[in-house]
Design a protein around this ligand. Structure first.
Ligand SMILES: [Zn+2]
Length: 262
C-alpha cells in the first residue's frame, strides 16, 4: 500500500502503432504516451487519434501540465492542436507548456498560432538540455538520426528514472545516452537490413543489452513488427538479453512501482 495511492507513477500507451501504414490502417491505435508522474500529467507524441483514445480512457486533458513532441512527423504530432485545445478547456483556462524541436515550430509549424496563445509557453527542445514540469524533470540527451529534428527523453520522477527512445536510425550514442530503470523503445521494424531511419529488433536487442534497464517496453510497431507478433518478439528478447522485455498493448498502463524500489 505504501505510497501507491498517494502519487502513482504510471505510463499509459494510448496507442502502439508506428509509421505510416500501421497508423493509416489503425490496425493498432496511435496516440502517444500519457504520463502521470508524481502527480504531474504529461502527454508525449500525440499522434492521430489521441483525443479519441484519451477521452475513451477517461484521461482528463485539462489535468495535463505539458505536451512534448519528440519530432514533427504526423504519427507523433497530428493531434497536438486538439490536445492543446483540450488541455486549456478550449482556451478558457490558459495553462500548460508545449515542448518541441525547433523545426516543428518554425518554417511550417505543427501548431496553429492562435492556439499558442492558450499556453503558458512554448519551449524548444535542444540536445543536452534539461527541463522541468511540475514535480518532474526530463532531459533530451542527444539528437537522433531521423529525417527531421528528433529527440528522445529521460524522465526523472521522485522515485524513478525512465527513458524513451523515439524514432531514430541506430547509432552508438543511443546505447550511452538513455540509462534508466525502464526503457521504452520505438521499434518500427522487424528486420535490420537494410539500415533505415527507424530501429529494428536487432537494434533494440543491442541497445537493451548495452543499457541493461530493469524493464524494456517495445512499442510503435510498423507492419513487419506486427506480423512478427510483438509479444513473441518481446519474449525472445527477454530470453536473449536477460532483461524483462514487454510488448506494449493499446491502452496498457505500466506502473513504475512494478520496477521495485531504487
Ligand atoms: Zn518519425
Amino acid at each position: 500500500m505504501r505510497g501507491k495511492s498517494l502519487s502513482p507513477d504510471t505510463i499509459t500507451f494510448l496507442g502502439t502503432a508506428g509509421a505510416r501504414f500501421m497508423v493509416i490502417s489503425q490496425i493498432l491505435a496511435s496516440g502517444g504516451l500519457w504520463l502521470n508522474l508524481s502527480g504531474t500529467e504529461i502527454l508525449v507524441d500525440p499522434g492521430p487519434g489521441c483525443i479519441v483514445q484519451s477521452t475513451k480512457r477517461k484521461l482528463k486533458a485539462d489535468k495535463l501540465s505539458a505536451i512534448i513532441l519528440s519530432h514533427r512527423h504526423l504519427d507523433h504530432s497530428a493531434d497536438v492542436n486538439i490536445m492543446v485545445e483540450a488541455m486549456t478547456q478550449g482556451g478558457f483556462k490558459r495553462h500548460g507548456w508545449l515542448f518541441a524541436p525547433a523545426d516543428a515550430l518554425e518554417t511550417e509549424p505543427v501548431i496553429f498560432s492562435y492556439l499558442k496563445t492558450y499556453l503558458d509557453g512554448v519551449e524548444v527542445l535542444q540536445e543536452g538540455k534539461s527541463y522541468s514540469v511540475g514535480n518532474i524533470s526530463f532531459a533530451t540527451p542527444i539528437r537522433h538520426i531521423h529525417p527531421v529534428e528528433t529527440y528522445g527523453m529521460i524522465f526523472k520522477t521522485t522515485n524513478h528514472t525512465f527513458s524513451y527512445i523515439s524514432d531514430s536510425r541506430y547509432f552508438d550514442g543511443l546505447c550511452t545516452s538513455y540509462r534508466g530503470e525502464l526503457l521504452i523503445i520505438n521499434v518500427v521494424r522487424h528486420e535490420g537490413d537494410p539500415p533505415f531511419d527507424h530501429l529494428s529488433v536487432p537494434d533494440a536487442e543491442h541497445i537493451i543489452t548495452e543499457l541493461k534497464p530493469k524493464v524494456a517496453i517495445l512499442t510503435h510497431f510498423g507492419m513487419t513488427m506486427w506480423r512478427a507478433k510483438p509479444w513473441e518478439v518481446a519474449q525472445r528478447l527477454s530470453q536473449e538479453t536477460g532483461v524483462r522485455v514487454l510488448a506494449a498493448r493499446d491502452g496498457m498502463s505500466f506502473d513504475l512501482s512494478d520496477l521495485g524500489d531504487t
